[in-house]
Design a protein around this ligand. Structure first.
Ligand code: KIV
Ligand code: NA
Length: 266
């Protein structure tokens, strides 16, 4: 299958075709997700929580991201592959950002990076990356790398905060970002941002008015029990399937039903 490009995502927005994005962190899940038809696969720094068991994305390193992205890349044929730049790999200097984003593309085979925030400094960094040939997805609203400043809460509430987010989205568009994630944003604001920029918005907890949707794979598959925010829909109960399957395995091993003669080499 031909690979989805950043230009095609813009074209989808123009046509009014919704963009379906999901995260993946390893080869086999990436192959399943890509084969099921998602347009964008994101190697999110959410791997800190769902793969590494960390409390936040803050401790995730560039080497962690590259390690997982290399595995994901081998499973993705069609979707556009985007990799998160983790905390402190793009905020310190433009040079840092260029080298680190360049490493991601060179060492993983991904087509784009994602970074958080919409300040003038971040927008300058986005512009520099794009000039160097690195497509950038933005990320506004709740930005988990700033969890210790923001707390986990809906962002852009109130007129001033809403206007700030609108300005940040326009700034990212101006800087050349090809798309922007909106996380934990009131539905009306996300819809207004979506209308006011030409680049596609990808929502997570941002209502029905975005150009696309992204979820954390392990959350939407029901693997991450105990995480039940309002925006999340469980599309499968893989966690229960694993518990049932492993439980049955343990029982049959212990009672001698497995392995049987039919599993035995003569
Ligand atoms: O890390 C991640 O999974 C993300 C998505 C939730 C947008 O940034
Ligand atoms: Na992320």
């Amino acid at each position: 299958p031909r690979r989805v490009t950043v230009a095609e995502l813009r074209e989808m927005k123009r046509r009014g075709e919704k963009i379906a994005a999901l995260t993946a962190y390893d080869y086999l899940f990436a192959r399943l997700v890509d084969g099921a038809g998602v347009d964008v696969v994101l190697v999110g720094d959410s791997l800190g929580q769902v793969i590494l068991g960390l409390d936040t994305t803050v401790p995730v390193t560039l080497d962690d991201m590259i390690h997982h992205a290399r595995a994901v890349r081998r499973g993705v044929e069609r979707a556009l592959l985007v990799v998160d730049l983790p905390f402190l790999t793009y905020q310190v200097s433009r040079e840092d950002a260029l080298r680190n984003a360049g490493r991601v593309l060179q060492e993983t085979g991904a087509q784009a990076v994602k970074l958080e925030g919409g300040s003038p400094e971040i927008a300058d960094t986005v512009a520099a990356l794009v000039r160097a040939g690195i497509p950038v997805m933005g990320h506004l609203g709740f930005t988990p790398q700033s969890v210790h400043v923001q707390g986990v809460r809906v962002q852009g509430k109130g007129e001033e905060a809403a206007e700030r987010m609108m300005a940040e989205a326009r700034r990212l568009e101006q800087a050349g970002a090809f798309s922007v994630v909106l996380e934990l944003v009131p539905g009306p604001l996300a819809a207004a941002v979506t209308e006011s920029v030409s680049i596609p918005t990808i929502g997570i907890g941002a209502g029905v008015g975005c150009d696309g949707q992204v979820l954390v794979l392990h959350d939407m598959l029901g693997l991450n029990t105990g995480f039940n925010p309002r925006f999340l829909r469980r599309f499968a109960d893989v966690g229960q399937a694993v518990t049932d399957g492993v439980g049955e395995y343990v029982r049959t091993v212990k009672d001698g039903a497995y392995p049987g003669p039919e599993h035995t080499f003569e």
